[in-house]
Write a protein that binds this ligand. Structure first.
Ligand SMILES: Cc1cc2nc3c(=O)[nH]c(=O)nc-3n(C[C@H](O)[C@H](O)[C@H](O)COP(=O)(O)OP(=O)(O)OC[C@H]3O[C@@H](n4cnc5c(N)ncnc54)[C@H](O)[C@@H]3O)c2cc1C
Length: 473
């Protein structure tokens, strides 16, 4: 075995530091063959969204550079993982495949099949946890069942003690010398005409170095104020680490460790850690309820009467609902591939409660447009806002988009950034331009219905309709 190469199959673990799978591969002393497969077998609805493909392109580029600095090379292949792995085993003579676990139901099914198939052929398969503090099946309640309430789940998690494994072997890796690789550019992961990702590079630096830079900036500039600032979309108050976490460019263990280095943990750091806890909870839920991305977690919502309205859906997607905070969020998403969490809640509530459109439509749009699109986080949060998820907001909590705007963006900073056609309106009317007088609108160069839309629905009427629909359940 010693001289036979070992395939290190990279998936959602695109980093080299504090990487249990890479460490285990190094510890064998075998020549490592780093491989990434663009998986053509992923079922249609879960094929990687367009914004994520942009991220992937840059992240793979960064990973390859980091590997090259250590003497390796990332081998790129596109197709069915089963076939590609067979080819690479044959071409290289490798007898082992190591990978980091993925937890999407289709990925679990794929990996279980692959494991069975290759073990039968005498191939040594090993998998590791490189992306979660706790395996999603690990934390159970007293009856041995999965948790459905976040606070109880997280309390149990915290009681488990530190989450920063150390690795015995940190020797330099040996790499397999050469194997044919496809060129990353031929995968056409980035848009050309129109190049809708133009603004992405200003905000993001995909890859491990970019992730650590974001973490350090956050710890230096924003961690102490996080608890309060995290709710204000006009401020840069959060870490923006979500796409880096999704692609495994940094692990939650590394975040845990960094926060504890700054000990004692203050309430802001605790609040930040509990958001990492929400991420763990979403994976816990997805593992226990694999239909989470498709069906309501609460059975009774199966018969809920959603509307069909393509025009309203399109206006929501384009940020043309006439509600400034909703439109600002949807435009931030389009232009940067990311949206502030508070605004994600507002736009999701608007889609499901004001427009009564199915949460799955919003989930799908987010899947295609978010750089951090993540099956567990996306599905659990959409269900949470729609009221049909685990530990969900009660159905009568219908976010008022005007009050939410006034409370969390009182100076209209966020609105002015993303809905510039309203920038000259006073703070009094920036969240409800239809209440401004003609003179006020004229002075601000706003013509409702022309330069900015009239509200797509009346808030009070929409709220009444939603409550009635929910009551019928
Ligand atoms: C409708 C809706 C859809 C969402 N879809 C996604 C998604 O596809 N991918 C995604 O990563 N997050 C999703 N979120 C959760 C959250 O909005 C983002 O994780 C957060 O905005 C990312 O910004 P940040 O890294 O600055 O967060 P920070 O506030 O800095 O939080 C740190 C990390 O904690 C995790 N986190 C924070 N809030 C949540 C949460 N509510 N649920 C789960 N994990 C959380 C993220 O990994 C985040 O990077 C969604 C939320 C809503 C309401």
């Amino acid at each position: 075995m010693k001289n036979l190469p070992l395939i290190l199959w990279f998936r959602q673990d695109l980093r080299l530091q504090h990487h249990p799978t890479f460490e285990a591969a190094k510890a064998t002393g075998q020549p490592i063959l780093p491989l990434y497969i663009l998986d053509d077998d992923t079922p249609a609805p879960w094929k990687m969204g367009a914004a994520q493909r942009w991220w992937l392109y840059h992240s793979l580029h960064a990973l390859n550079k980091d590997l090259q600095a250590q003497g390796g090379n990332l081998i790129l292949r596109r197709g069915s993982p089963s076939q590609i792995l067979k080819n690479v085993l044959k071409e290289s003579g490798a007898q082992s495949i190591y990978w980091s676990r993925c937890y999407e139901p289709f990925a679990i099914a794929r990996d279980t099949e692959l494991k069975k198939e290759f073990i039968e052929q005498g191939i040594n398969i090993k998998s590791f946890n490189a992306s979660l503090l706790f395996e999603p099946w690990e934390i159970k309640n007293q009856q041995g069942h999965p948790y459905k309430i976040f606070t109880q789940f997280w309390k149990k998690c915290l009681a488990q003690g530190p989450r920063f494994p150390t690795f015995a072997n940190t020797t330099s890796p040996q790499f397999y010398p050469h194997l044919e690789s496809e060129a990353l550019t031929t995968w056409r992961l980035t848009p050309t005409h129109p190049n809708w990702a133009q603004g992405f590079s200003e905000l993001w630096q995909p890859g491990e170095a970019g992730a650590h830079q974001k973490l350090e900036d956050f710890c230096t500039d924003r961690l102490t104020t996080y608890k309060e600032a995290r709710n204000h979309p006009g401020k840069h108050g959060t870490s923006r680490l979500s796409p880096h976490l999704h692609f495994g460019e940094i692990s939650p263990h590394q975040l845990w460790h960094r926060l504890h280095q700054l000990s004692p943990l203050n309430s802001s750091a605790e609040s930040y850690l509990s958001e990492i806890g929400w991420r763990e909870f979403c994976y816990h839920l997805l593992y226990a309820f694999p239909l989470l991305p498709e069906r309501p977690f609460q059975e009774k919502f199966t018969t809920f009467q959603w509307q069909t309205d393509d025009k309203a859906l399109r206006l929501w997607q384009q940020g043309k609902t006439g509600y400034p905070i909703v439109d600002a969020g949807m435009r931030e998403l389009w232009q940067t591939g990311w949206m502030h969490n508070r605004v994600r809640m507002i736009v999701a509530s608007f889609l499901t409660k004001h427009l009564l459109l199915p949460w799955q439509e919003g989930e799908k749009w987010f899947w295609n447009t978010l750089v951090d699109a993540d099956m567990a986080n996306n599905a659990a949060n959409w269900q949470w806002v729609a009221g049909c998820g685990a530990d969900a907001a009660p159905y009568f909590r219908i976010f008022n988009p005007i009050l939410q705007g006034e409370k969390f963006d009182p100076q209209g900073v966020y609105i002015r950034r993303w809905v510039p056609e309203l920038k000259s309106l006073s703070n009094t009317f920036i969240h409800k331009p239809w209440q401004a007088s003609q003179a006020e609108l004229h002075q601000a160069n706003v013509i409702l219905g022309e330069t900015y839309p009239l509200p797509l629905v009346n808030h009070e009427m929409a709220r009444g309709l939603a409550l009635e629909r929910y009551r019928q359940l």
